[in-house]
Design a protein around this ligand. Structure first.
Ligand SMILES: [Zn+2]
Length: 181
């Protein structure tokens, strides 16, 4: 496929303008919290979603897909029903996954401990989950983001992140309060 000059120009404009990416992880079947996260992303006008794993059941992933925002994700350690999940989102795989969005190279992984240095070096942005603790760090010029636990079952705080690829920054927001069980 050859891109026309007009397409190339549009692509360049898009890269220059950056892209807002909604990031969530560890939503653990919490549909109410997921709905709140999606409302937050829609209001912010995000153009893509990343999920760091632990959806857990296929119905919970289905809820995210209903937002009709392009989604990329990885499996988490609690995602038992992989076949059902992959049926809904065929690109789902074990991390690390390398993607490119808004002109930035992104590495997506559930457990940061499994990230190899070469994965880190090949990325502008690293997104992970698993610890359920929201975190935004800058490491050797890279942006490292954990949106925290979207499901809020552990802390009661359902958090997500929005990455701006132009400024290479991320904002964490609490979108829902979950009564702890
Ligand atoms: Zn989890």
């Amino acid at each position: 496929m050859t891109l026309s000059r007009a397409d190339l120009y549009t692509d360049l404009l898009r890269i220059g303008a950056g892209m807002k990416i909604g990031v969530l992880s560890d939503t653990h079947d919490n549909l109410a919290a997921t709905a709140a996260a999606l409302r937050h992303f829609e209001q912010a006008g995000v153009e893509a979603l990343l999920h760091g794993g632990d959806y857990c059941a296929p119905f919970a992933l289905k809820r995210i897909l209903q937002a009709r925002i392009p989604l990329e994700g990885v499996f988490g350690n609690c995602d038992g029903e992989r076949e059902g999940l992959a049926k809904l989102l065929p690109s789902l795989a074990d991390g690390p996954r390398h993607l490119e969005l808004g002109g930035k190279k992104i590495c997506l992984i559930h457990d940061r401990q499994r990230l190899k240095h070469e994965n880190f070096e090949a990325s502008d942005i690293v997104v992970f989950g698993h610890t359920h603790e929201p975190k935004v760090e800058r490491q050797e010029g890279r942006l490292v983001v954990n949106p925290g636990e979207g499901g809020g079952w552990m802390s009661g705080r359902c958090t997500v992140a929005i990455i701006d690829t132009r400024t290479l920054t991320a904002d964490i927001a609490e979108v829902y309060e979950q009564v702890r069980t």
